[in-house]
Design a protein around this ligand. Structure first.
Ligand code: 2M8
Length: 423
């Protein structure tokens, strides 16, 4: 791979976003992911806004055109047929005119919309588009609170590892081992024909992914039933932090636009979420950990999901502790921040969400660390992120030890995040 110079990097990133632009939505990368993915799209809009604000808003509008009647925003919108990805619409069978998957993804939309508004070069455009999106995003947030926190604990559960966005994280290993594989027929994975199988989830994990899809499909994707019917219900601190942050950002925009009902309801959820998040703090690891709902216990796994809460308005003392946690990781990798602690024997530097660095995560963590008065650490994470691209190109993710590019290449959210780091 030809190294990418820092001087040319911003323009190069813009080219990547244009290559993946399908007009009204952007694919994460051609081949491996040929549809619109929920959080990819929102984070990609942050990059698009650097050169075309209209285009950035369209990206999010398109996603919300496929919001379900119950409020859920699906994790994939299958705009066009493409046999290159498994599982496609024929497996999901959600019965929508434009097919979608039946599960969701980390709700970054609220955060992204507020960021687009705050950085807008065209504030009138931003306000008009945000006014339209705020009630839709608030409905999605309400869906989370109603359908993924039925006992009103203040925290939501994911029902499928794909919902977390961190598909094969070590966090899920335990809970996932209780998901059966019986009744899962033969299928042909497509991902391993685009990317190195050694960088991807295992076949065994794929069977369980599909078992859960089949289970939810058998319940007609009725979200009032899926939570209790799922053997996999994990409360991920990272996912919840993203939700809490987005709800807080929507509260602020709603207040600005006189949408008082949304603002009040959102503020209440933020307060409840932040209070409940505290129950996931782990003193031994010095970070947050997941909670396995059916098993009724915390998960002993030091992943990036437990550092991501810095993205929400957690107490300042916790921000400092998480900064210390990242400082400790510095000695174990060449490039921050590994998605799992290398001190854990289960760490794998090349395998997807079990170790590699993801620039979207670095972006959110940097954003949160700003409250912590740790400029050197922020500078270090930023420069590591840029060095990864210099050495490994615009890959989906990178080895934190060697910068080896992994997964798909020419990747939208990696390009978008670089534009944010370089701004
Ligand atoms: C990965 O997930 C998809 C399933 O949604 C897959 O592997 O097929 C994850 O990295 C996820 O976070 C991301 O949104 C998606 C597209 O980039 O790929």
């Amino acid at each position: 791979m030809k190294p990418i110079s820092r001087l040319d990097m911003f323009d190069h990133a813009e080219r990547v976003l244009k290559i993946n632009d399908m007009g009204t939505y952007t694919v994460p990368t051609h081949g491996l992911y040929p549809f619109q993915w929920n959080w990819d799209s929102c984070l990609t809009a942050l990059g698009q806004a650097h050169f075309d604000e209209h285009r950035a808003w369209t990206e999010i509008d398109t996603l919300f055109q496929h919001q379900w009647e119950d409020g859920m925003v699906p994790h994939i919108v299958f705009h066009k047929q493409d046999k290159g990805y498994f599982p496609g619409p024929d497996v999901w069978q959600t019965g929508r005119t434009v097919p979608t998957s039946g599960i969701t993804q980390p709700p970054v939309a609220g955060y992204v919309v507020k960021r687009l508004v705050d950085h807008a070069r065209d504030p009138d455009l931003a306000e008009a588009r945000a006014r339209d999106l705020v009630p839709k995003i608030a409905r999605w947030h309400e869906w989370f609170h109603a359908c993924r926190d039925p006992k009103k604990t203040g925290l939501v559960a994911i029902l499928h590892p794909w919902e977390s966005g961190r598909d094969n994280s070590i966090d899920w290993d335990d809970a996932f081992s209780r998901v059966p594989t019986d009744g899962v027929g033969e299928f042909k994975r497509r991902d391993t024909s685009h990317a190195d199988a050694a960088h991807r989830p295992t076949d065994e994990q794929y069977k369980r992914y599909i078992w859960l899809v089949q289970r939810f499909r058998s319940l007609n994707w009725d979200n009032t039933r899926l939570h209790d019917a799922s053997p996999f219900q994990v409360v991920d601190p990272g996912f919840n932090a993203i939700l809490i942050r987005s709800v807080a950002d929507i509260a602020e925009l709603a207040e600005r636009y006189g949408m008082t009902g949304i603002a009040q309801m959102s503020r209440r959820h933020v307060a409840e979420g932040l209070a409940a998040l505290e129950s996931l703090w782990d003193d031994r690891l010095g970070q947050y950990v997941c909670f396995d709902r059916p098993a009724g216990r915390k998960v002993d796994s030091a992943s990036i999901g437990g550092i991501l809460p810095v993205f929400a308005a957690i107490p300042l003392e916790r921000v400092q502790q998480l900064a210390t946690r990242i400082e400790a990781l510095k000695a174990r990798v060449e490039y921050l921040i590994p998605s799992h602690d290398p001190a854990d024997p289960r760490f794998e530097s090349l395998r997807y969400w079990r170790g590699p660095v993801w620039l979207i995560i670095n972006h959110m963590i940097i954003d949160g660390l700003v409250r912590g008065d740790v400029p050197d650490l922020i500078a270090r994470i930023t420069s590591d992120s840029i060095r990864l691209i210099e050495e490994g190109g615009f890959a989906e993710y990178h080895d934190p030890l060697t910068a080896e590019p992994c997964g798909g290449g020419t990747f939208s959210w990696t390009a978008a995040m670089i534009m944010e780091f370089l701004q």
